[in-house]
Design a protein around this ligand. Sequence first.
Ligand code: AMP
Ligand code: MG
Length: 345
Amino acid sequence: MSLRKNLVFTVIAAVSILCGCADKTNNDKNIAVTRDVFAMDTYMNLKAYGKNAEPALEEAEKRIHELENELSATSEQSDIWKINHSSGEETAVSRDTAALIDKALEIGNSTHGALDITIFPVLKEWGFTTEKYHIPDENKLKSLLENVDYRQIKLNDKTVSIPEKSEIDLGALAKGYTGDEIMEVFKSHSIDSAIVSLGGNVQALGSKPDGTNWKVAVRDPFSPENDMCVVEISDKAVITSGNYERFFTGDDGKRYWHIIDPADGYPADNGFVSVTVIGENGLNCDCLSTALFVAGIDGYKDIMMDYPNYDFIFVTDDEKILYTGGIKDKFQNISSMSAEVIDID
Ligand code: AMP
Ligand code: MG
């Protein structure tokens, strides 16, 4: 090859390598593109397959931050902050905030108040928002509970008002909604295979690139560094509420966790140490996991029957796993606990 030709060849090769770097097209449908995001006080991992994976992840990350800015109870710019500091006046909110409050009211009703987003002042009193934990005085809890009642929230299209002394927090459902919204972003980029983990809440789009189901591990609440079971899913969310996720140990040696029973203002201790909900809608799964944790062993069946398209895995405080028949062939117990299918009647 002449020197000139050689030079031209080198330039073309260099340009095509550069283009290869700049063009982030993922041409191998079996290779995952992944991204780690820290948002909503949680480590998130997003994984997508297909040629549009890179721009899809880029947009998904933007959407996560947008939702965090709207929904955070502690950021002064958020809709929730504005509602909580509105002195009882109406607040105009985003479409997302309105949708979440609407869902919280619906599931507040269907779970007889087990999910109550006005629990926030109680959560603050325990120190769960600042990590300055303490066991509140019983009378203090009683007086705070006087202002806990989701039925006092008025939602009118995209306008919200709450009583002056009430405050709300969407921590029980924001990540479920975020998962749904990430799936919408992925679909808009024609992605048909993706999976995300938002601090342990998993949601999948389609199945694995080879057409088989995703295998999702659920943690053992008694030793959260270990997995307890594996469930196979496609196009579904697997969302868990557990007493090991955020807790402190009091001077009395007892564990106090972040899911509060609106009936008495104490951490919900009604027979379950973790509740996992599996279904197509991440928002419903997230609301139900928290609510069923609160409803506990006496209340779960009534609520569960209203959601026949969902599956559930409960772990009781006496170390038994109960799960619904819909996942019978997709559930593998890898713990030493006994696991049995729930008898609905
Ligand atoms: P999750 O991990 O989805 O069960 O949500 C737990 C979070 O929901 C807590 O950190 C609080 O922000 C909030 N929360 C705790 N108890 C309740 C409750 N009974 N109803 C609604 N939100 C709650
Ligand atoms: Mg939840």
